[in-house]
Every structure is written in C-alpha cells, then in structure tokens.
Design a protein around this ligand. Structure first.
Ligand code: ATP
Ligand code: MG
Length: 162
C-alpha cells in the first residue's frame, strides 16, 4: 500500500481519542513531512497501535506521548516517545519476548498478555526493519522503528501545519 505518513498517523490517532481523553494523555504528532512510503498497511498499523497503546498504558494520567519520524537515505524511522513509567535497564531486551511483562506493583494493575511487543518485533523483522528501545525508570521510554524506505519515486511532500 501507498501510505502518506503524517496523514496516516493523524488517522490512527483519531481512533485513540476516547482513550486519550479518558486518561488525559496528550499525543503530539511531530511528523512534519508527509512523505509517502510503500508498506504493508496491516503490519504497520499493528506496530503503531501497539507502541501507542503501551505509551498510553504505562503512563500516568496527564502524561504525554510524542510521535515523530525521519528519513535518511534508504531508511525511515518512526519514533514513539513517552514520559511514562520507564523500563528498567536489565529488562529492556526481555520486553520483546513473548509473554514477558515487567513485574512490579504498577504493571500488575494493568492488564496485558505480554504479546504486544513480540508481535511488533516479528512484523518489523518481516518488513526487514529493526526496533530499539531507550528508557529510564521514572523518566520515560523511546521506541525507534527503522524500516527500509520504499517509495514509488513520486514526490508528494504535501506539508501541513504542525
Ligand atoms: P499486550 O500488549 O499484549 O496488551 P503488554 O503491554 O503487557 O501486553 P507488551 O506490549 O509486549 O505487552 O509489553 C511488554 C512489557 O513491557 C509491558 O508489560 C510493560 O511492562 C513494558 N512496556 C512496554 N512498553 C512500555 C512503555 N512505553 N513504558 C513502560 N513500560 C513499557
Ligand atoms: Mg502492549
């Protein structure tokens, strides 16, 4: 599918509105350039949905989430950052394993199967990309997805006001 990145994200964020309002979380769509990528809409949506869901879920009411992207040569990146609870250093690799959830009093209060990021990682691998995490407990987390940039050569960088 041909995906216009910024417009696409705006649309995905619409579907999160009820959740965001309920928890008073602000999401900043910082994708400035609406470049077009050719990608698997189903897989990409799953990735974006899960990263957003986690950024909202593992965050206090009133928290913030930032989504940005950039493109360098043959790679484009999607970055989802939050100022939520963070992930201890020694568990940052394990969160991508099936059924792995962080053990603490807070995560016990939140539901989840621990499958989200395992499937995210699988899908990204299927798209020949990578995912990495940077996080600090009490500060927040940043997930960076890097994917090969496939375009159809047509430029339509329609800029919208941020
Ligand atoms: P599911 O996604 O199936 O509902 P889940 O959210 O527990 O369940 P994952 O999405 O795989 O599973 O995440 C694994 C664990 O990593 C989570 O339980 C949570 O402890 C931690 N985690 C994931 N994203 C974040 C984040 N943005 N901030 C803090 N912790 C996170
Ligand atoms: Mg999850």
């Amino acid at each position: 599918n041909r995906i216009k990145l910024r417009a696409y994200l705006t649309e995905v964020l619409q579907s999160f509105q009820p959740e965001l309002e309920k928890k008073q979380i602000k999401v900043y769509n910082e994708i400035a350039e609406d470049f077009v990528i050719i990608g698997d809409d189903h897989k990409l949506r799953h990735v974006v949905n899960n990263l957003l869901q986690n950024a909202i879920k593992y965050n206090d009411a009133g928290g913030s989430v930032w989504v940005s992207s950039n493109k360098k040569q043959q790679i484009w990146q999607l970055i989802v950052r939050d100022n939520g609870w963070g992930i201890p250093q020694d568990q940052q690799e394990r969160i991508f394993e099936r059924f792995y959830r962080i053990e603490n009093s807070r995560s016990r209060q939140t539901g989840g199967t621990g499958l989200g990021l395992a499937v995210v990682k699988e899908y990204i691998a299927a798209m020949k990309g990578k995912i990495k995490v940077a996080s600090q407990v009490g500060v927040g987390s940043e997930f960076t997805v890097s994917l090969p940039l496939i375009t159809d050569g047509k430029r339509d960088d329609v800029r919208e006001k941020v």
